[in-house]
Design a protein around this ligand. Structure first.
Ligand code: MN
Length: 195
């Protein structure tokens, strides 16, 4: 067994339906993420990266090691930020106040975030992150990049690689991104913000 293991999901594979099907979770978590973890373990074997935490590998590696470490980190954050769908699902507390201060309203933030995902050309991730002062940023990151490479703390991410939505939504990336708001676990996102 390698150093890194596939993360366990904090929900059942059917819990995110109909926003994300059990079939998509099965492929996305069980095949795609498992593949990145396996490739990462192979890439770091016998190298100094074997002694490093995942974030440090992302900060220091390049090439295939960076790509597989970045995808492992991105998916760990992605899969751990969801829960069963709820109506009127929205942030509370400090994070809600910061979102309103930065973007005007939660609805304005949602619109800007989805637009960043829709307009990201090709494969990548849209992120909400914070700097050391708690200021919020929406960024588009291509391929396997993570906002820690900008010095930001990653809070929330939507995966816009086609493997994240194609089985359920085919080419309708905007429909997929808009549906994801129902299953965001804002308690997790808020705890990342306060950490
Ligand atoms: Mn993915």
């Amino acid at each position: 067994m390698g150093k890194f293991e596939l993360i366990s999901l904090p929900y059942a594979v059917t819990d995110l339906e109909p926003v994300i099907s059990a079939q998509t979770i099965g492929f996305h978590h069980g095949k795609h993420l498992q593949g990145y973890v396996n490739n990462l373990n192979t890439a770091i074997e016998g190298t100094p990266f074997e002694e490093m935490e995942l974030e440090e590998i992302v900060r220091k590696a390049s090439g295939g090691t960076l790509n597989n470490a970045g995808q492992t980190l991105n998916h760990n954050l992605y899969f751990s930020q969801f829960r069963k769908a709820a109506t009127d699902n929205r942030p509370t507390g400090e994070l809600a106040a910061a979102i309103e201060a930065q973007f005007g309203s939660f609805e304005a933030f949602q619109k800007e975030f989805v637009n960043a995902g829709v307009t990201l050309f090709g494969s990548g991730w849209v992120w909400l992150s914070a700097d050391n002062n708690g200021q919020l940023f929406i960024t588009q990151e291509t391929n396997a990049a993570n906002p820690i490479l900008r010095g930001y703390k990653p809070l929330l991410t939507f995966d816009v690689w086609e493997h994240a939505y194609y089985l359920d939504y085919q080419n309708r990336r905007p429909d997929h991104l808009n549906a994801l708001w129902q299953i965001v676990n804002w308690d997790v996102v808020e705890s990342r913000y306060r950490a």
